[in-house]
Design a protein around this ligand. Structure first.
Ligand SMILES: [Zn+2]
Length: 210
């Protein structure tokens, strides 16, 4: 286990260890931050590729804190910056894997690893999104996923996950390239999800669309 100068330790294969001190780390971010309203489907910031993060300073640290506060306020397991109206490639997560182990972390400039065929087993579980409040739809995702990117200090990182956490890594990376899970559904399922959303009232603050 090697320690980077700042940020999370990594395992023997170079993946971040994001399962230690999760409560302590998540609450530290969240308590410094301020919950922001969540953008919803139709807001242009959700439908275009975000810009790369190039400055790893106090402004990014503040954004990350606000994103953890917002994620908790909305009871989410992952949140992309464009979901709080900021068009930058950064997401945060607080999510359990298929073993029920909690993962907490931050990824800037994520790229999903192209998996070999033996790792491309699909899972068709239900998926939802804070930006499509109240709606769920079966969405195929690989049961395993890896992303490369940087942490909020600019260190190069690799993150891997299984089960629901693998789904989260794919969902959040999609957000930063301008895609919602709705964009992966059939026309009929997409329409049904939008209907579910229209029939409900979000339990957290959202940004109204014009
Ligand atoms: Zn989402």
């Amino acid at each position: 286990m090697a320690q980077q100068t700042t940020g999370l330790p990594v395992d023997d294969e170079g993946y971040v260890i994001d399962t230690a001190d999760t409560e302590e780390r998540e609450s530290a971010y969240r308590e410094r931050g301020e919950a922001l309203p969540i953008t919803v489907v139709g807001n242009p910031v959700l439908h275009k590729e975000c810009a790369d993060v190039t400055e790893f300073g106090p402004e990014l640290a503040k954004l990350v804190d606000d994103m953890f506060a917002s994620q908790r306020a909305a009871e989410g397991v992952g949140l992309a910056a464009n979901q709080v109206g900021v068009g930058l490639k950064v997401f945060v997560y607080d999510c359990q894997d298929d073993q029920g182990v909690r993962h907490v972390g931050v990824v800037c400039n994520p790229k999903l690893r192209d998996l070999p065929a033996e790792l491309r087993t699909l899972d068709d579980s239900n998926e939802g999104c804070l930006s499509v409040p109240g709606a769920y739809a079966a969405t195929p995702r690989t049961e395993y996923a890896e992303v490369t990117g940087q942490d909020e200090h600019g260190n190069a990182i690799k993150v891997r996950g299984t089960g629901y956490f693998a789904r989260c890594l794919q969902h959040e990376t999609d957000h930063l390239y301008g895609y919602l899970y709705l964009d992966r559904l059939s026309k009929r399922d997409r329409k049904d999800a939008l209907k579910q959303m229209a029939e409900g009232t979000p339990r957290y603050a959202t940004v109204p669309n014009d």
